[in-house]
Design a protein around this ligand. Structure first.
Ligand code: SDX
Length: 444
């Protein structure tokens, strides 16, 4: 039965809707136009503000700032809604293959059977990396964090293709997006294999995106690796849930880096860097570290207390979100995926999962979290599932980066192709020393 979709349409601004700002010092007034989108808050167009008034807006952390137009993803944080090109994340996670979602984010529509087959073949042409690429890994210690390896190796892709990427050429831009979608599973699996001291496996096209990745990650040359359909479905769902998320920190980083017309492979490496932070995509690894530190249900109250203590830097990682002030829809789906994968692997008694469920129950019954609308986010359950599948904690952010690459590159492409595209260059409020003359050394 088709799920009734909420009506998210916003009333368009009334003809000539505007905001008037009044400078009380001298009574000057300025009108700023109001612009509406498809869904979500209307925006006050402050582009003329500085030129007309000499004032900047002030918004550290961009709590109230729309940095661009985008048609790719919509999030309603209050209602816990996430759409990709209008399709609810729950339906994409339940029914779509990850490559379908890649096509959707890139081209704006779900592919037909033949379009998807053609896209799959196209991506298949790019799944291998240059043979010399392998030697890049040897510069890293085996125990290097996989995200350090991903930043370095994905950034190095810019050296392999720099002369072939003319970002003003639509075809060159599309090839760059296809290469990144295709090569990220290969590179991510190579980073994992390198950490294990095991040989790299070549991609095997035709296996399907998630299965191909699982085989490269867990297969060994000595024997055939049979992909579990349940694990393939879990990884596919994981990738769909991580594909894109509006203007999050790492996507904003890719957009800003790309706005100077830098090499797109290097821009994605910048996105990986931003994602690595424990407040962003590094949280999935931090969640499992936190659960392991808590250790048992009876110790949960100690950590809830610490999370509420302003003098303690400890935060309940995996909880809270800049946009979601409701349950992150992806967290709910990942919690179900955890159940499925643990059951499939006979790990129903996985203590960390039981601990996570109890921690969620207690936190969501505590005023501190309820008042601040701190719900589990995408990172709270994902690590438990990835660990059950066999990935070490350190690999979790790299898997997030694998899923998010399509979002980064689709948003990069949208930014580059925007009619009013120009370099992103925020201003500031200067709070430094007043102007002063140089003081000769002898006089200091
Ligand atoms: C991702 O942006 C995206 O879309 C990101 C992402 C994506 O798909 O790209 O969704 C992926 O990054 C998910 C978030 C993963 N990070 C974590 O789980 C780390 C733990 N969460 C927090 O650090 C925090 O919630 C943030 C960073 C996610 C959001 O921070 P904000 O929006 O700046 O909120 P805040 O720090 O101003 O917190 C508001 C209040 C504060 O208390 P008061 O000052 O009001 O008393 O809530 C408290 C914070 O102290 N708070 C927490 C908390 N998160 C916020 N207190 C305890 N534990 C927490 N996790």
């Amino acid at each position: 039965m088709k799920r009734a979709l909420p009506d998210l349409t916003i009333a368009p601004p009334v003809e000539g809707e505007k905001v008037t700002i009044v400078f009380h010092a001298d009574g000057r007034q300025y009108d700023l136009p109001v612009l509406g989108g498809t869904h979500g808050p209307k925006v006050i167009d402050v582009r003329p503000l500085y030129a007309e008034t000499g004032y900047f807006t002030y918004d550290p952390g961009f709590m109230s700032t729309a940095s661009c137009d985008s048609a790719i993803t919509f999030i309603d944080g209050e209602r816990g809604i996430l759409l990709h090109r209008g399709y609810p994340i729950e339906e994409l996670a339940a029914h779509a293959d990850f490559l379908e979602v890649c096509y959707l984010l890139l081209y704006g529509k779900l592919p037909t059977q033949s379009e998807l087959k053609q896209f799959d073949d196209l991506i298949g042409h790019h799944t291998m990396v240059h043979e010399q690429f392998k030697r890049l890994f040897e510069g890293f210690r085996r125990d290097a964090h996989p995200m350090a390896v991903m930043v370095g190796t994905v950034g190095a892709l810019s050296a392999f293709y720099h002369d072939k990427i003319d970002i003003t050429d639509p075809e060159a831009r599309m090839v760059a997006t296809h290469r990144l979608i295709a090569k990220m599973p290969t590179i991510c699996a190579m980073a994992f294999k390198y950490s294990l001291g095991q040989p790299f496996l070549y991609p095997r096209n035709g296996l399907g995106y998630a299965s191909n990745f699982l085989r490269m990650a867990f297969g060994i040359p000595a024997q055939e690796y049979v992909v579990s359909p349940v694990l393939a479905r879990a990884i596919n769902r994981f990738l769909v849930l991580h594909a894109d998320h509006e203007q999050n920190a790492s996507t904003a980083t890719v957009r800003i880096a790309g706005s100077s017309h830098a090499n797109p492979y290097a821009c994605v490496a910048a996105g990986i860097t931003a994602l690595w932070g424990p407040d962003h995509g590094g949280a999935n690894e931090a969640v499992v570290n936190m659960l392991e530190e808590i250790g048992s249900k009876d110790r949960i109250p100690i950590y809830i207390k610490r999370a509420k203590d302003k003098s303690d830097p400890f935060r309940l990682t995996g909880f809270g979100h800049r946009v979601y002030k409701n349950y992150d829809p992806r967290a709910a789906i990942l919690r179900e995926s955890c159940h499925e994968v643990l059951a499939e692997l006979g790990k129903n008694e996985e203590p960390l999962f039981a601990l996570a469920l109890e921690l969620e129950r207690i936190a969501l019954d505590d005023d501190y979290f309820v008042q601040r609308k701190l719900f589990p986010n995408v990172d709270f359950y994902s690590g438990i599932m990835l660990r059950a599948i066999g990935f070490p904690k350190a690999m979790f952010p790299s898997l997030f980066a694998l899923g998010r690459t399509i979002g980064w590159i689709a948003q990069w492409k949208e930014m580059i192709e925007a009619p009013d595209q120009h370099i992103a260059r925020p201003r500031q409020r200067y709070t430094g020393h007043p102007i002063r003359p140089y003081l000769p050394l002898a006089e200091r």
